[in-house]
Design a protein around this ligand. Structure first.
Ligand SMILES: [Zn+2]
Length: 326
């Protein structure tokens, strides 16, 4: 078997929370990430940022204006093709095995939402001063029942090709990106993690856990990567299966707060000296969609954090923490 065909294993080192992840004088940090950015407009199926300041992004701009120190990571999809996250071909969806071979809902044609064909959208994102861009899949679409979970059974070599295609589109769109990815649907298969170092990716945002009680040694146990630090960025060591060969270390970011989370959870994370990692989705109809109510909630929460903790808070981003610690 050639070396590339050996399935990799991923070991999470429990003691690898970078000691220096906070700057001097800071006791805790806040970062904010939004998934699913792509150029779809309200005249398509649903708006996902394509209406620019006339659409849902105006609510984000309001929040950023209210909090000049706040940073946001926009996890952006290179060529979004998902129209429905749930199967619409119900008969086919009911047949085990066969359903895994088909797309169970209609998709945008290839290229329709490709970033380099939407220069006004790209220009708008680039002009949001407090924002950075990172990766959120190539198509955000997969065969079978789990439609948004794009990364599933692919080989390490296939992930290498997928990442190369994402980079090609971002470069063609002239949209700079931070070297990290939030896998659509949060699943980060071992083969994806193994393909990251060669592609130059240095961070992954996989685990989302808004349930586990807050303590400094709490571990993620909900969506995405399990048993990662809930309150901290953490180095993940990628080891080739059956060997001691370390392919690389990448930094993992958890999500520990969303629109449905209680105010007290945020305060507990800050008081424990952790990273308050807030998630939103640009797509409508989700529990944590960017909307007036959620952005107002965050406005009040961030105002209270500033009032209570002042200069001891590091308002930062996934890209900035990665540059500091890796
Ligand atoms: Zn997504």
């Amino acid at each position: 078997m050639p070396p590339t065909a050996i399935p990799p294993a991923v070991t999470i080192l429990p003691d690898q929370i970078p000691a220096n992840w906070l700057p001097a004088g800071k006791n805790a940090a806040v970062c904010f990430t939004i998934d699913d950015l792509h150029p779809q407009k309200s005249t398509d199926y649903y708006e996902s940022g394509g209406d620019l300041d006339k659409g849902v992004l105006r609510h984000l701009l309001f929040l950023l204006r209210r909090h000049p120190k706040l940073r946001v990571t926009l996890f952006t999809t290179a060529d979004w093709r998902e129209i429905s996250s749930k199967p619409t071909r119900k008969l086919l969806a009911a047949i085990p095995q066969l359903r895994d071979k088909f797309f169970l809902a209609p998709r945008f044609p290839k290229g329709a939402m490709q970033l380099d064909r939407h220069p006004e959208f790209v220009r708008f994102l680039k002009n949001i001063e407090q924002a950075e861009i990172a990766l959120h899949g190539l198509y955000h679409c997969h065969k079978g029942l789990r439609i948004p979970v794009e990364f599933q059974e692919q080989s390490e070599a296939q992930f290498g090709e997928i990442l190369a295609e994402i980079f090609r589109i971002f470069k063609s769109a002239d949209l700079p990106w931070e070297p990290g990815i939030c896998p659509p649907g949060w699943d980060a298969p071992d083969n994806l993690l193994a393909a990251m170092p060669a592609a130059g990716l240095r961070f992954v945002a996989s685990a989302r856990d808004v349930r586990t009680a807050i303590s400094r040694d709490a571990k993620t146990n909900m969506s995405g990567l399990k048993n990662a630090a809930l309150l901290f960025p953490q180095k993940i060591k990628i080891i080739r299966n059956g060997t001691t060969e370390t392919l690389a270390e990448v930094l993992h970011f958890p999500t520990n707060f969303q629109a449905t989370s209680e105010w007290a959870r945020a305060m507990e994370i800050i008081e424990a000296g952790g990273l308050l990692s807030v998630k939103a989705h640009i797509t409508p109809g989700m529990l944590d969609s960017v909307c007036e109510v959620y952005m107002n909630y965050l406005d009040l929460l961030f105002t209270e954090i500033e009032r209570r903790f002042g200069e001891t808070i590091w308002w930062t981003s996934t890209g900035e923490i990665t540059r500091k610690t890796m």
